[in-house]
Write a protein that binds this ligand. Sequence first.
Ligand code: RP5
Length: 172
Amino acid sequence: MTTHNPASPAAKPVVGVVMGSSSDWETMQHAVQILTEFGIAHEARVVSAHRMPDELFAYAEQASGRGLQAIIAGAGGAAHLPGMLAAKTTVPVLGVPVASKHLQGVDSLHSIVQMPKGVPVATFAIGNAGAANAALFAVAMLALHDKTLLEKLQAFRTAQTAAAHAMTLPPQ
Ligand code: RP5
């Protein structure tokens, strides 16, 4: 298990970042970067749906009691991790489709987004943007009850808008 608690080493994680393989880290690190930037206590670990199903169930079953308020779950290919977590917990699950070698993540996207009615997974874009946006979404959820965090999120948006205003194109 890898934990990252920027707020304080003793802080209990409020967001869990899980992924099906260490090969997903290249994508999922973009979620962790955002959580770190916003000072959200979090943890990151590999929980493979197919290779360690018992740990997947245990993680989901313990999530609420451990204080997790969101789980960001990334997986590729037959990406069952987010859906199976959602089946076992009411903690909101944010799914990130990781790009796969043969089908470029369209398989991952379809696996995650096509949940049956009654067991939702909030599904984000394939790849790095999806991982970052899942984390930003978790920040927005937490900011509903945290004024300081809301101000940070608003400042992030303001800076992003300023950066877009400052964009230039090569001479035509
Ligand atoms: C999925 O299979 C993982 O989420 C990963 O995206 C994909 C490939 O895993 P590795 O073979 O790289 O471990 O379970």
